[in-house]
Design a protein around this ligand. Structure first.
Ligand code: HEM
Length: 118
């Protein structure tokens, strides 16, 4: 009877130890690593991406690489392309005509977020 008790107690702790080891070797989630999830960029770095084939914009403290979106933007190309490489919060908020972008535009914009503005 005593043997059964010792064997089952030992088996239990071996199992717990095994699970702990498996947990240690499991890949870490982003929240557990020290690496920043997004990078930070200065306006000077943003300014290095000022062409329609490489277009970053700083909008409300965040940096977006909207290169892939430019062909889909519903305005004349030069309306949005002239903001490549720039701080474009006001332009985005007003569409340069005093009208804000829709919630759908805000959602699409988030898909191009690459980092924060330093
Ligand atoms: C920052 C410079 C930008 C300017 C000056 C600008 C300007 C405009 C203009 C003039 C229009 C068409 C006319 C209108 O709907 O009133 C428009 C529509 C639109 N833009 Fe932009 N845009 C800019 C950036 C962006 C970005 C970065 C996105 C998304 C990634 C975006 C998404 C849209 C969408 C989805 C529409 C359709 C109408 C709406 O949903 O509001 N735009 N924009």
């Amino acid at each position: 009877m005593r043997n059964i008790y010792f064997v089952s107690t030992a088996a239990f702790w071996i199992l717990i130890g095994g699970l702990w080891l498996v947990g240690l070797s499991a890949p870490k989630t982003l929240a557990e690593t020290d690496a920043p999830v997004r990078k930070s960029y200065s306006l000077t770095e943003v300014a290095a991406h000022a062409s329609p084939t490489d277009c970053w914009m700083a909008i409300h403290g965040k940096v977006y690489d909207v290169t892939g979106y430019l062909p889909d933007h519903p305005s004349r190309p030069e309306v949005i392309e002239s903001w490549c490489g720039k701080e474009a919060s006001v332009a985005y908020d007003t569409k340069t005509k005093g009208r804000r972008h829709s919630d759908d535009a805000d959602r699409q914009l988030e898909g191009y977020w690459i980092g924060d503005l330093k």
